[in-house]
Design a protein around this ligand. Structure first.
Ligand code: ZN
Length: 153
C-alpha cells in the first residue's frame, strides 16, 4: 500500500491504489487456494492396507540380489499410488550394477502395481540409517512389523 500511495502522489497514476488492492487480493486468494489444496491432499492421503503392503513386499523380494527391505512407505493420493523403500544390496556392487538391480525390481513391481510411482533407495547390506525408526529388515520381520505399519514421514 505504501508503494501504491507513493505512485499516486508522485506519479499521478490514477487508480494505482485500486490495482494494488486487486493484486494483493489476488495474491492472498492464490495463497488460500494453495493452502486449501494442501489440506485436501493431506486428508486424501492413505497408507496402503496391510494385505497390499505384504503383496508388494513379496513381489520385490523375488529379486535374488535383494538382501532386505526397510523403511517401506506407501501412500494413495487420489487415484495414484506412491511407494518408497530402502533395499539392501551387496555393498561391493558397482553403482551401475546396483542401478540395474533397482531397474529390474521397479519393472517387476510396475507390472503388478501399475499406476504406482516407485522410489527405491539402495543401501549397502546391513547399513542402518540412524535417522530412521523403521530401519529394520521388513522381509525378515514381516508380517509382524508390517502389522504395526511403517513410521510415517
Ligand atoms: Zn536405508
Amino acid at each position: 500500500m505504501i508503494a501504491a500511495l507513493a505512485l499516486g502522489r508522485w506519479g499521478h497514476v490514477a487508480g494505482a491504489d485500486a490495482w494494488f488492492a486487486l493484486a494483493i487480493a489476488g495474491w492472498l486468494g492464490w495463497g488460500a487456494w494453495g493452502a486449501a489444496q494442501d489440506a485436501i491432499e493431506q486428508l486424501m492421503d492413505q497408507e496402503w492396507p496391510i494385505e497390499k503392503r505384504e503383496r508388494f513386499l513379496a513381489v520385490a523380494a523375488r529379486h535374488p540380489a535383494l538382501k532386505g527391505i526397510h523403511d517401506l512407505r506407501t501412500r494413495t493420493s487420489g487415484n495414484r499410488d506412491f511407494v518408497q523403500f530402502h533395499v539392501w544390496v551387496d555393498g561391493s556392487m558397482t553403482v551401475t550394477d546396483a542401478h540395474h538391480v533397482m531397474d529390474e525390481i521397479e519393472d517387476s513391481l510396475a507390472r503388478e502395481f501399475p499406476d504406482t510411482e516407485i522410489l527405491i533407495h539402495p543401501d549397502p547390506e546391513g547399513h542402518v540409517d540412524d535417522d530412521m525408526l523403521g530401519a529394520s529388515d521388513l522381509l525378515a520381520e514381516s508380517p509382524a512389523l508390517l502389522a504395526q505399519g511403517a513410521p510415517k514421514s
